[in-house]
Every structure is written in C-alpha cells, then in structure tokens.
Design a protein around this ligand. Structure first.
Ligand SMILES: Cc1cc2nc3c(=O)[nH]c(=O)nc-3n(C[C@H](O)[C@H](O)[C@H](O)COP(=O)(O)O)c2cc1C
Length: 197
C-alpha cells in the first residue's frame, strides 16, 4: 500500500505466544505504546487465536497467485499490508520460535505475491527462560535471516533472557523502556525520512 504522509503510520503487533498477557504480549505492547506515543496507530493479532495452516509446498501460490489454504492468513496478510512497521514477537520454544510463529513465517512464501515486504520494517521481541542470551540465537537468527531474505529491514531486536512465568518481564523496567523507545524511534525515524523525501 502506498503511504501518504497525511495518514497516521500503522504499526502491527504479531504475538506468536499462545499466552495472552504473557511476556511476548507485554513486550509487543511496550513497543506499540512507544509507537503510539510518536503518533502512530496500532493494532495487534494473536497467532494462537487464529486458524493458520502450515505451508504445504504445493506451489499453489505461484501457480494461482493464491494460497490453497483457506484460513485466517488472508486476514493476517491484509493487516500486514495495511501496516508499515511490524512488531514480531515469539518466545523461545525448544531453541526456536513457537509453532504458530514458524507457520506464520513459512506462509510468507506465498505472501510475496500480495505484499511488498521491502516497503515494510520490523522490530523483534523474544522472551525466554534461560539466562544465556545465546539460547535465543536460532530463533533470532531464523527471523533475521527470513526478514533479510524478504528484504524487510529489521530496526531493533528486544531479546529478553530470564523470563519464565506469565508477566515476569514486567519487573524488567529497563527492557520495557527500551522496547517502548524502539517503537517510538521507529515511527519518528520513518516520518523524518518521509519528510526528507
Ligand atoms: C513448550 C515450551 C518450550 C520452551 N522452550 C524453551 C527453551 O528452549 N529455552 C528457554 O529459555 N525457554 C523455553 N521456554 C520458556 C519460554 O520461552 C518462556 O516461558 C517465555 O517467557 C514465554 O513467553 P510468553 O509468556 O510470551 O508465552 C519454553 C516454554 C514452553 C511452553
């Protein structure tokens, strides 16, 4: 979608954890709050509440221009298309993202037919239990490489070790402030770049 500088910038939060109100949700909310503070409009989707089927590698998206899976991905794609900045959140599940999040990313294979990924920007939010940052390396690396492949610039990564239970991240005030700042900066910098054009 072409952006118009008179329109409010739209920011979409994508929560890949099945826990509503969990650490991923809280981190995504912090980024969205920062974006709103900078004047953006935000919305959020919970992948775990949607009917998202995995990619079947049938190449239907290439042949017919449309995924053969008749599920909620059409809704997700429409929200992604209407937003300029995506806040992508997933906890670490066995060194990778959640199944919901991976199914979502795999479906980008066909999404290229509908969305210009190069026009979008992303911010990443990844909480996990282990206290070693390296535990998130595959999760963060997979998403970074996938974004790179799709030519979507990654603006910031909020990677948060040491959070296990629902809401644990609320005690990480500095992290939440950094997440909010990332959302704020993303919108301010985007608008400044538009103004400079
Ligand atoms: C199935 C499952 C697998 C998990 N695997 C890992 C893991 O490999 N490493 C880790 O540090 N934490 C792991 N965790 C812990 C979560 O990453 C952690 O609880 C996170 O804060 C959950 O985020 P949420 O509140 O947004 O759901 C796992 C949790 C679940 C339920």
């Amino acid at each position: 979608m072409a952006s118009d500088s008179s329109e409010k910038l739209r920011v979409l939060g994508v929560v890949g954890s099945p826990r509503k109100g969990g650490n991923t949700d809280i981190l995504v909310d912090a980024v969205l709050a920062g974006a709103e503070r900078a004047g953006a409009e935000s919305s959020k989707i919970y992948l775990g509440k949607l009917n998202l089927k995995p990619c079947r590698a049938c190449e239907g998206c290439k042949k017919a221009g449309r995924c053969v899976n008749d599920d909620d991905m059409q809704l997700v794609l429409s929200q992604m298309d209407q937003s300029t900045i995506w806040v992508l959140g997933t906890p670490v599940y066995f060194w990778g993202p959640t199944g919901w999040f991976k199914a979502f990313v795999d479906r980008w294979y066909g999404a290229r037919e509908h969305i210009n990924f190069a026009e979008k920007k992303a911010i990443l939010a990844v909480p996990f239990e282990d206290t070693k940052t390296a535990t998130a390396r595959h999760t963060v690396g997979m998403i970074k490489d996938a974004l790179d492949y799709m030519k979507t610039p990654l603006l910031a990564s909020i990677v948060v070790p040491g959070v296990l239970n629902k809401g644990d991240v609320n005690s990480h005030e500095e992290t939440l402030a950094a997440a909010s700042r990332a959302g704020y900066d993303a919108v301010v910098n985007h608008n400044a770049a538009l103004g400079a054009e």
